[in-house]
Design a protein around this ligand. Structure first.
Ligand code: PNS
Length: 165
C-alpha cells in the first residue's frame, strides 16, 4: 500500500510545545484514519520558543504510547510537505468558532498550493478547549502552574525554559 492508497491524515501545527489539546485531537484522529502524521512547522506569525528539533523530541516523548503516530519537522510550506509525503488530508482542531475564519482561509490557500488537498476540522473536546501552547507558555513564564494543560514532557521543558529566563 502506498501513502496515497492509505487514508492518512497530516496534523500540522507549531507544537511549541505539544499540549493535551493536541494529543486529544491525535487520539481521535487515529480512530478515523489509517495513519496520522504530525508535522511540526514554523508559524511565521508566532515567535517560537523551542527549536523544531526539540519540539519533535518533546512530542515523541508525549506520544510514546502511540508509536504508530509519525512525527516530522519541516522548514517549508505545508503544501510542499504534502507533496513530498504524497498525502492529501490536513486535519486541524478547532477550539472556537472565532478560529474558523482564519482556518478556512488557510484551507483555501493550501488547496491552491496543493490542488486536491482537503482540510478536515475536528472540534476540540469541550473540557479542554481552553488549552493552547501560548497560554501554557505565558502561565509558566510568569511562575504559574500549567501542568494541567500539558503532557509531562512539555511541562518539564517549559519549566526548564522559564528557569533560564
Ligand atoms: O499551531 P499553529 O501555529 O496554529 O499552526 C499553524 C501552521 C504551522 C500549521 C501554519 O502556520 C503553517 O502551515 N505553517 C507552514 C508554512 C505554510 O505552509 N504557510 C502557509 C499556510 S496557508
Amino acid at each position: 500500500m502506498t501513502p496515497s492508497d492509505k487514508h492518512v491524515c497530516v496534523f500540522p501545527g507549531s507544537f511549541d510545545p505539544i499540549t493535551l489539546g493536541h494529543i486529544d485531537i491525535i487520539r481521535r484522529a487515529r480512530r478515523l484514519y489509517d495513519g496520522v502524521i504530525v508535522v511540526i512547522l514554523r508559524n511565521e506569525s508566532k515567535q517560537g520558543l523551542f527549536p523544531l528539533a526539540q519540539r519533535k523530541q518533546i512530542a515523541l516523548e508525549a506520544l510514546s504510547d502511540m508509536p504508530d503516530v509519525q512525527v516530522e519537522t519541516f522548514g517549508g510550506l505545508l503544501a510542499d510537505f504534502l507533496g513530498y509525503t504524497d498525502t492529501h488530508i490536513i486535519l486541524r482542531g478547532l477550539r472556537t468558532g472565532i478560529e474558523f475564519d482564519a482556518e478556512h482561509h488557510n484551507a483555501l490557500l493550501n488547496r491552491m498550493l496543493a490542488p486536491g488537498t482537503e482540510t478536515v476540522f475536528l472540534p476540540a473536546s469541550p473540557d479542554i478547549s481552553h488549552i493552547s501552547s501560548s497560554a501554557a507558555k505565558e502561565i509558566t513564564s510568569l511562575g504559574g502552574d500549567a501542568s494541567s494543560l500539558l503532557p509531562a514532557a512539555s511541562w518539564e521543558a517549559l519549566k526548564k525554559a522559564a528557569q533560564r529566563q
